[in-house]
Write a protein that binds this ligand. Structure first.
Ligand code: FES
Length: 309
């Protein structure tokens, strides 16, 4: 499809997405543009990759690496109901491969010997398609899959037929969203001593500030603002606190990269991305102990002289 043949509405949306970013950072629009392309045309073609790259003054490889990294993007057409089965570690151990076998058998999809490497398998009647994807960011509730845009957690690998019967959208009840998300984490293991998760799942625990204050909440913030920034930094270093996004980088060391007399504005970003196996914990904190997160953000901002989070 040449640029001239692209629908005018699509081009309007593309230009609006690019306009969201400063001109010198327009490459940041790459993901929104890929999603727009997929929404309009069903999947991202080689032509789409080239077109987006040209639009953003990038090389096609810069776009291709995004398409091949993010499981939400695909390079092949799908059936009417598209199922993504996570096969990363937690889900693989919890039955993802059995689930895939059962889904294929139920949908009438024949998988070849190396079928696990096929990006998208489509049933002969084109009603269903199935693919393996990497982490869907819900490792604590494995196995996980998505039926179209609905996330399903704690899936019974033998319940493939039930999953595929969810072809008609069921109107979610108020506050429930459109998925089968289970908001309750499992109880602690007898040998587990929870720190950050200490309030999660507690029967007497609510998310309001009064409950948090009754339990000693914001006491650490009060203490922090009486300390010097250097003392806070040293305490964080001594605690050996590490990031849990995968690299496990020491937090205090990372903080020390910001100069005490930094003239440029310092921004604090709460990175709640959970797309690496074993890093699943942020959603529970946000949903069930939000004030712990806010207190941590406030202390971090104070220690780093950040005025925007
Ligand atoms: S490993 Fe499957 S959701 Fe993360």
């Amino acid at each position: 499809m040449t640029a001239a043949k692209l629908p005018a509405e699509f081009k309007r949306q593309v230009n609006a997405a690019i306009a969201q970013y400063p001109a010198e950072h327009k490459r940041s629009a790459a993901l929104p543009l890929l999603h727009l392309w997929q929404e309009h045309f069903g999947f991202v073609t080689d032509e789409g990759i080239k077109w987006i790259a040209e639009k953003l003054e990038l090389q096609p490889i810069n776009i291709l690496e995004l398409v091949s990294f993010y499981p939400m993007l695909r390079q092949k057409g799908t059936g009417k109901t598209h199922v993504r089965v996570c096969r990363t570690l937690s889900c693989a151990m919890a039955g993802a491969y059995r689930l895939m076998e059962n889904l294929c058998a139920t949908a009438g999809i024949a998988r070849g010997h190396d079928g696990i490497h096929d990006p998208v398998l489509v049933s002969p009647d084109a009603n269903f398609s199935i693919e393996f994807v990497e982490c869907l960011a819900s490792c604590g509730t494995a196995p996980v899959c998505m039926v179209n845009d609905d996330l399903h957690e704690n899936v019974d690998p033998n319940a493939a037929a039930d999953l595929l019967r969810l072809r008609l959208p069921v109107a979610p009840k108020p506050g429930e969203g459109g998925s089968t998300i289970n908001h309750q984490p499992p109880s602690p293991h007898p040998l587990e001593r929870r720190l950050i998760f200490k309030n999660i799942g507690r029967k007497d625990w609510t998310t309001d500030i009064d409950c948090y204050l009754r339990d000693g909440g914001y006491r650490q913030l009060k203490k922090a603002v009486t300390m010097s920034r250097v003392d806070i930094l040293n305490e964080v270093k001594t605690s050996a606190l590490r990031g849990r996004g995968g690299a496990g980088f020491p937090t205090g060391v990372k903080w020390s990269f910001i100069k005490a007399d930094e003239k440029k504005p310092v921004y604090l970003i709460c990175n709640a991305d959970e797309s690496e196996p074993g890093t699943f914990k942020d959603r529970y904190i946000i949903h069930q102990d939000p004030h712990q997160l806010l207190e941590g953000i406030l202390i971090s901002c104070y220690a780093l002289n950040a005025h925007t989070a």
